[in-house]
Design a binder for this molecule. Structure first.
Ligand SMILES: [Zn+2]
Length: 900
């Protein structure tokens, strides 16, 4: 193997797919300790993650890319630590999203699902799933996800369907599931209840409508009331005021008349009413507002539903029956105006609930649905975090979790859809009783009648995803996988679904398995654009991860997201950063290419024991320190910082410094070349291992070449545990103890670096031709022995003329005609004659000085003029500061002219 065998730049497009297929085919994604295989050791604790199942309808976006990168990093890290590792992949049937998609496709054929019937519709949906459902998982593979695809699950597959039914029946049998009318979010377009998650609130301009509630016993008296949704007046069953509101006390207990409908409703008093909002009097519509619903329950008010399933006014709306909700709003308001009941309209910003799917306005509505009585489950969920059985990272989200569970409402689990887990409840047409069963019953459990029909509704998608960590492992069966891999280790997801999903898994896990479903919840932030704006199609700032991977490679995208992240904080992503990290992948590749190529120049064996150079010792000590830091940072979930430090080490220390010095050392030949090569391959090998969880492809590819080259050279370097089959199953570097010499070597080398940097800066400042050898005088003090040993290195890296390079401990006199400076206690003098032509330098400096003097003169005049007395103090001060700065520059320039 030689340098020429490796392409000049890293060609990710020819590498990624090939490596991924090879990893998968080789079984590297499967757990190294498998309870279903011989030789299984139950005592070894595994590391397990269940993937947040993406919607089967999904297309890869940066949110997916983030969690896949993060979970793959965790999985690859633990696998390389030698821990049996399992990452369970799968997808979610996504009830509403999928059903909408198929319905849309049907509409193009001019078909409606009702015409097809339930069975045929479901057959078509399954066909759709078979045909397109793998898109998202193949895109997840592109990110390098090392999931065990042999254990891939789908929330509607047979096993998971069994889990769902078991969970429902158990809850029902414990009295924790009930059916009844309650306030829910209703989607008129989809004609189903939807979860809070599927409702998005948007700020929109609207009106606050003020009108009169006329007293029943005196048509001349009225209570002014304001509403944002006048059509709900049709469902009003009370007007509420604050008990201490003097304006309205006289009305409490009397009756008022509902406009147009002329129903009489009571005036009630409740401290919930905000006296400062609107008129301070509140219309109460228990059937169409969650807060009114609560007041309605408290006062025993009637809840009058005024809407049909598709949000038209129903029979309770009198003359407005059959009108769409918005048409009814307009018509009712105009009718009220004609009746003299309107006071005014005022522009008002509304917080409008819209469907996440269709975008239509969601109606709060009372509807008969199935609910989970959540209180007992929530208490257990709170306890598990309070007593430390589950840790939330970052910790600040613990409070958010408590707050949510302490205020949780019963969970509406039924949806009026066809695609999903059908509710396992059968109603008897004869005795009207329910049969709830694990198996489909043939007859009523109460009277034995065969006239039974199943509930038409399906369960909320989150009902099945709440069971995900254990249903995917075989629960309720005590399968070997379930017994060994459950509870899982880490649940990793965005902080935005802490409640909807994470809290439900915790409650379900405790309820059904008696165990926490995972030990740690790791929450990553959301990905924003480079200016910190949320990405959205309307803003046009969405970055498509597939395009980025096509153009810059998967490693570049992964590294950018992982290194930019801190737990729970949002990440700003720019294409410039991805581009910089594509350059990093190339840097890794080029460094590796140099190291592998260098092996050709190195003798087969050493003749004596190693004599390490300062640079050898330094890079080794720096690697040791890095490995220790990475270990600590990984344990603290600070993956982004760990990645940043590895990057810095590799680029700035290994590639920029050690490789340059190694070139000199290799040229010395003999044992020096042999041990330099040994250091190069040891550091490169360790670096590739450290980087692998972040950038799996470029590291695996390069490591393969390194391994191949070194297998021919076992005396040069063989890893302690031998060469693994692949980098992804090789061992992650373990910290090793400090021996005591490291700090001094690092300090000495830092001094050398400082001196080299200072000379390079001076050369740049004086515009010395690159590569031109210049004379130098160094007074190194105590460090003289170190600098003497590094003479050749210094001369090479700072382009000093070896024949005119003086090293001394101290200098009795400052050399004349030199630029002098002091860094790390070392005095550096660069004779200017060697740098520049003295005469032209004098001319240049003088010209600069004249210009500065001109500025000084101008400012001095300005500051004794009227301006200084009239202008505001800050403006004058600014000019004074400018003057001081010009004076300082002038003094420095004069000094430089003097030593010429
Ligand atoms: Zn019956």
């Amino acid at each position: 193997m030689s340098e020429t065998n490796l392409s000049k730049t890293y060609d990710f497009s020819s590498v990624e797919q090939r490596l991924y297929d090879w990893w998968e085919k080789s079984g590297f994604f499967e757990p190294s300790n498998d309870p279903n295989k011989p030789g299984f050791d139950p005592a070894r604790k595994p590391f397990v993650i269940s993937i947040p199942p993406p919607n089967v309808t999904g297309e890869l976006h940066l949110g997916h890319a983030m969690f896949v990168s993060m979970e793959d990093l965790m999985t690859r890290y633990h696998r390389m630590k030698g821990v049996p590792t399992l990452w369970v992949p799968g997808s979610d049937h996504a009830g509403i999203a999928t059903q909408m998609l198929v319905e849309k496709a049907l509409l193009k054929e001019g078909l409606h699902r009702e015409e097809l019937g339930r069975e045929e519709f479901l057959r078509r949906t399954w066909n759709w799933k078979e045909k397109y459902g793998a898109t998202i998982t193949s895109q997840i593979r592109r990110l390098g996800a090392s999931c065990d695809w042999k254990r891939e699950r789908f929330t509607l597959d047979e096993g998971l369907s069994r889990s769902v039914r078991e969970a429902f029946v158990r809850l029902y049998e414990k009295g924790l599931i009930y059916r009844g009318p309650r306030m829910i979010n209703w989607s008129p377009g989809l004609k189903t209840a939807v979860s809070d998650l599927e409702v998005e609130y948007s700020q929109e301009p609207g009106f606050l409508y003020y009108f009169k509630y006329v007293l029943a016993d005196n048509p001349n008296e009225f209570i002014p009331v304001a509403t944002t949704r006048p059509e709900t007046i049709l469902g009003d069953t009370a007007v509420a005021v604050h008990p201490e509101d003097e304006r309205y006390q006289k009305y409490v207990g009397r009756q008022v008349i509902v406009p147009v409908l002329n129903r009489m409703v009571p005036v009630i008093a409740d401290a919930y009413v905000d006296r400062a909002f609107g008129t301070g009097a509140l219309k109460i519509t228990p059937a169409h507002d969650p807060n009114d619903y609560a007041i309605g329950l408290k006062f025993g008010l009637e809840a009058i539903n005024i809407l049909t399933d598709d949000a038209k006014i129903n029979e309770n709306g009198g003359p407005y029956r059959g009108l769409d909700r918005f048409a009814a709003r307009k018509k009712l308001w105009e009718d009220m105006r004609a009746l003299g009941l309107v006071i005014k309209e005022e522009p008002y910003t509304l917080n409008v609930p819209r469907s996440q799917r269709g975008g239509e306005i969601i109606e709060p509505r009372i509807s008969t649905q199935w609910f989970v009585h959540i209180q007992p489950l929530a208490e257990a969920g709170l306890e598990a975090v309070r007593d430390g059985r589950i840790r939330i990272v970052p910790e600040r989200f613990t409070k958010v979790y408590y707050n949510w569970l302490e205020n949780i409402q019963d969970w509406c689990i039924s949806r009026q859809l066809w695609w999903g887990h059908r509710i396992p409840v059968w109603y008897c047409d004869d005795c009207k009783n329910m049969t709830v069963s694990r198996q489909d019953p043939a007859q009523c459990a109460t009277c034995g009648s065969g006239n039974i029909h199943q509930d038409p509704d399906v369960l909320d998608t989150w009902f099945s995803s709440g069971l995900w960590p254990f249903s995917t492992l075989g629960w309720p069966e005590e399968t070997p996988d379930y017994k060994y891999f459950y509870p899982t280790s880490v649940l990793e997801t965005g902080y935005d679904i802490l409640f909807f999903w994470v809290a439900r898994m915790i409650m379900d896990g405790l309820e059904f398995t008696g165990k926490v479903p995972f030990e740690t919840v790791y929450l990553h932030g959301l990905i924003r654009d480079e200016h910190g704006q949320k990405m959205s199609k309307t803003k046009g700032n969405v970055i498509d991860p597939l395009i980025v991977m096509n153009e810059m490679g998967t490693d570049a995208l992964r590294f950018t997201m992982l290194v930019g992240s801190t737990p729970g904080s949002d990440t700003n992503l720019s294409l410039k950063k991805v581009e910089a990290n594509r350059n990093f992948a190339n840097k890794i590749w080029n460094a590796g290419r140099f190291v592998i190529g260098a092996l050709d120049q190195v003798p087969q064996a050493a003749t004596a024991k190693p004599e390490w150079t300062l640079a050898d010792s330094w890079i080794w000590a720096r690697l040791q320190s890095l490995v220790g830091d990475v270990d600590r940072l990984f344990a603290a979930y600070q993956y982004g910082e760990a990645g940043r430090q590895i990057y810095e080490f590799f680029w700035s220390e290994f590639a920029d410094w050690y490789l340059e010095i190694a070139k000199l050392q290799l040229n010395e030949g003999g044992d020096r070349a042999f041990y330099t090569a040994q250091t190069l391959v040891r550091v490169l090998d360790a670096s590739l291992r450290l980087l692998h969880p972040f950038t799996p492809f470029v590291t695996e590819e390069l490591w393969g070449h390194l391994k191949q080259a070194l297998q021919d050279r076992p005396t040069l370097y063989t890893p302690a545990e031998g060469w693994a089959a692949a980098l992804m199953v090789a061992r992650f570097p373990e910290p090793w103890p400090v021996e005591g010499w490291e700090a001094q070597k690092v300090a000495d080398f830092s001094a050398v670096q400082d001196v080299v940097r200072a000379i390079r800066n001076l050369r740049a400042e004086k515009k010395v031709v690159p590569g031109k050898r210049i004379p130098a005088i160094l007074a190194a003090g105590d460090r003289l022995p170190v600098f003497q040993s590094q003479r050749a290195t210094l001369a090479a890296l700072a382009f000093l003329d070896p024949a005119a390079f003086t090293l001394a401990e101290t200098l009795p006199d400052k050399p004349h005609g030199s630029v002098g400076l002091v860094v790390s206690g070392v005095e550096i003098y660069l004779p200017l004659a060697g740098l520049v032509d003295a005469e032209s330098e004098r001319t240049r400096l003088q010209k600069e000085l004249d210009e500065v003097k001109g500025q000084i003169e101008r400012l001095e005049k300005l500051l004794i003029s009227d301006f200084a007395r009239r202008a505001p103090a800050p403006v004058v001060n600014k000019e004074r500061q400018k003057l001081a700065s010009f004076q300082e520059t002038a003094a420095k320039l004069q000094e430089q002219i003097n030593v010429l």
